[in-house]
Design a protein around this ligand. Structure first.
Ligand code: PLP
Length: 367
């Protein structure tokens, strides 16, 4: 029924914690007895200023962000950040290194080519699913920065380590796995992620940037993308996506209540573990094309009916899933098959239901 909450395995915009949405609902028409929605308030009001500060403080606390990093909110989505990164940092030497491991890092490299010279540290593979050994990469010691996508949402490839770049600042896209595992922020020059998967509604992009990398933006960089200027104005340089930041702040509180990043990481290991186990035990009825060492904990693509996939069976699988209120399991149009996205708001119990469907479907359809 419409009031039952769906088992939403979508890649993004993605499921949000019900608790948070209920809280939003309860104050939607009148935020803190003001008679106004937060959506209707000035971004310079004391209410929004508090939210803006609290959201930044929570990110700093949850991710253990050192003092020499600024936390910003910009707009323009992940795609906007691809351009912003290049315009903020590439001016240093005019070149940057990119590791292309899937769809999103490929698009980021393409975007960066507009602003300077891009060196791919290993050739782009025909089929994603592997990260070549670091010893084979051709890093440019003169690069302004080294870029990679920590978790490829479409392809299901997640970095199992932080690359070693010999001092070249590392920039990473964590749009789909930010707040899902602990990592050492101090290893990075800049981290960014769109809100719409693990931390809130679409609209805001979180940028965490090391202070010494500021002040080097290209002249052509639009003001709204200039990290130095946005930072100077504490992310209210112009009207931010206030509603997105407001909900994000609540999601961050929710993460904190649920044992913080450690809690999220533990859950994500359990959730992805039981799903990969089901695939591994299916005797190739289900198969995941990604190398074991870089299989994503967050976005899990798999084929049904053999390693090449059987499109009829996959269609049936999706229909059967919908009968059980499981939605948005269709793989990205460029990859096909099934993709289960297991963001923070997806519970272990949700995944157990998916696994039950997989087991029952296999018994019914295996020849
Ligand atoms: N980077 C990653 C890892 C993504 O998953 C996405 C979107 O799904 C993007 C970038 C692009 O984000 P946006 O659609 O907000 O531009």
């Amino acid at each position: 029924g419409s009031s039952q909450s769906a088992l939403n395995f979508g890649a993004g915009p993605a499921k949000l914690p019900r608790e948070v949405l209920t809280e939003v609902q309860s104050e939607l028409l009148s935020y803190q007895n003001s008679g106004m929605s937060l959506m209707e308030m000035s971004h310079r009001s004391k209410e929004y200023s508090k939210i803006n500060k609290s959201a930044q403080d929570l990110i700093r606390e949850l991710l253990n962000v050192p003092d020499n990093y600024r936390i910003l909110f910009i707009q323009g989505g992940g795609l906007g950040a691809f351009a912003a990164v290049a315009m903020n940092f590439m001016g240093a030497t005019g070149t940057a290194d990119y590791a292309v491991t899937g769809t999103w890092s490929s698009k980021a490299a393409k975007e960066a080519e507009k602003y300077g010279s891009v060196n791919l540290v290993f050739p782009k593979a025909d089929k994603p699913g592997k990260i070549p050994d670091q010893s084979t990469w051709t890093l440019n010691p003169n690069a302004s920065y080294f870029y990679y996508c920590d978790n490829e949402t479409v392809d299901g490839v997640e970095f199992p380590y932080i690359p070693d770049t010999n001092g070249v600042p590392i920039v990473t896209d964590m749009s789909s796995n930010i707040m899902t595992r602990k990592f050492d922020v101090s290893k990075f020059g800049c981290i960014f992620g769109g809100a719409q998967k693990n931390i809130g509604p679409a609209g805001a992009v979180v940028v965490i940037v090391r202070e010494d990398l500021l002040g080097k933006a290209m002249k052509i960089c639009p003001t709204v993308f200039n990290f130095t200027q946005v930072s100077k104005e504490n992310s209210v340089l112009n009207t931010p996506s206030t509603f997105s930041v407001y909900v994000m702040e609540k999601v961050l509180q929710w993460i904190k209540r649920n044992d913080g990043i450690e809690g999220m990481e533990k859950q994500s290991q359990r959730k992805s573990g039981v799903l990969y186990e089901t695939i591994a035990n299916s005797n190739t009825f289900y198969s995941c094309p990604i190398d074991q060492n870089c299989q994503s904990r967050i976005n899990i693509p798999f084929r049904v009916g053999g390693p090449q996939g059987n499109e009829d069976l996959e269609e049936k699988f999706l229909q059967e899933a919908e009968k059980r209120y499981m939605y948005q399991l269709k793989g990205h149009r460029s990859v096909g098959g099934i993709r289960a996205s297991l963001y923070n708001a997806t519970s272990y119990e949700d995944v157990v239901l998916l696994v039950r469907l997989m087991n029952e479907f296999q018994i019914q359809h295996q020849k």
